[in-house]
Design a protein around this ligand. Structure first.
Ligand SMILES: Nc1ncnc2c1ncn2[C@@H]1O[C@H](COP(=O)(O)OP(=O)(O)OP(=O)(O)O)[C@@H](O)[C@H]1O
Length: 231
């Protein structure tokens, strides 16, 4: 269980997160949604050790993580799939996957076969340059690279952005499969409302760096949530 309590974050003098709290359980998808610029990416960056938070706490299975850098967060079991994917365009698919080894012990350096079961296209394209893949294939590569690290928490930042509908469906099925595996907490930042509504077990709507509404599927109304995340 990932637990974020009262998190605050600044860029210089400007405060972006104003005390965000959320919990993400293993075997569940927790969706974080909100309009542009409310701080969703900043929240994920804080959890992933990509940007320091200024107050509050992050704990994993009751253990405070403290202020980790990106490498330490990855070692602790937190994998981050950034918005825009950030794959390495001049490296092959195989090499992109192997960058995930950086936070693993040498004995764990290997691409588990189940990754290719989730994303068969990557096996076919192992020697292709990342930059030559379509946007949807790059998104699959970015998720696969994150899974190499055997995470306990998978942070996904807008995985449907700029992706064609059939690949979006496939990504949705993969997220559901990972959730159903029961061992990983998935935190899904997503503005594609129907996609996250169908997939998530609980929802956190963020407005201006604060939680405007949160609750479990079944306890929270679709229109109520939609109203919080519409401009
Ligand atoms: N490195 C930075 N330096 C200064 N301000 C930043 C930086 N990164 C983000 N911001 C600002 O912080 C606010 C929140 O940005 P963030 O990217 O976290 O929002 P978001 O909800 O993920 O938006 P989007 O849906 O557009 O990706 C915005 O006003 C943004 O301009």
């Amino acid at each position: 269980m990932l637990s974020v309590e009262n998190l605050t974050l600044h860029y210089g003098q400007s405060q972006i997160l104003h005390g965000i709290s959320l919990g993400a359980e293993a075997g569940k998808v927790t969706a974080v949604t909100g309009t542009n610029g409310v701080g969703k990416t900043s929240l994920l960056k804080a959890i992933a050790g990509r940007h320091p938070y200024s107050g509050g706490s992050i704990t994993l299975d009751g253990r405070p993580l403290g202020h980790l850098n990106a490498f330490q967060a990855a070692r602790a079991g937190i994998a981050y799939v950034p918005q825009g994917r950030e794959i390495f365009p001049l490296m092959t698919v195989q090499e992109n996957l192997e960058t995930g080894f950086a936070c693993l012990d040498r004995a764990e350096h290997g691409v588990p076969e189940h990754i290719f079961e989730l994303f068969p296209i990557l096996k076919d394209f192992l020697n292709r340059r990342g930059g030559d893949l379509s946007g949807g294939q790059q998104q699959q590569l970015a998720i696969a690279r994150a899974l190499i690290t055997r995470p306990r928490v998978l942070l996904l930042d807008e995985p449907t952005e700029g992706i064609q509908p059939n690949i979006i469906q496939q990504i949705g099925r993969v997220i559901a499969q990972l959730r159903d595996g029961g061992e990983m907490a998935v935190v899904l930042v997503e503005q594609y409302f129907d996609f996250m509504w169908d997939l998530a077990d609980s929802f956190v709507a963020v407005t201006r760096g604060e939680v405007a509404l949160s609750g479990r599927a079944g306890e929270i109304g679709r229109d109520e949530l939609l109203a919080k995340v519409s401009i």
